[in-house]
Design a binder for this molecule. Structure first.
Ligand SMILES: [Zn+2]
Length: 55
């Protein structure tokens, strides 16, 4: 899967108990949603990191 913004390869991992994809090149962050195969952008990468560290 490639980044919808810049076509760089996405990193896949688990974030907040969900499967997520992230692009280190442009900061895109998406989560895969049930019933959909397309990742949905949820928030900025930095916001996700901040929230992850606060939990
Ligand atoms: Zn990107």
């Amino acid at each position: 899967m490639d980044c919808p913004r810049c076509d760089a390869p996405l990193e896949a991992y688990v974030l907040f108990g969900r499967e997520a994809v992230a692009c280190e090149t442009c900061g895109y962050l998406g989560v895969t949603v049930e019933h959909r195969s397309e990742p949905r952008e949820i928030e900025s990468w930095q916001a996700a990191i901040d929230r992850f560290r606060s939990e």
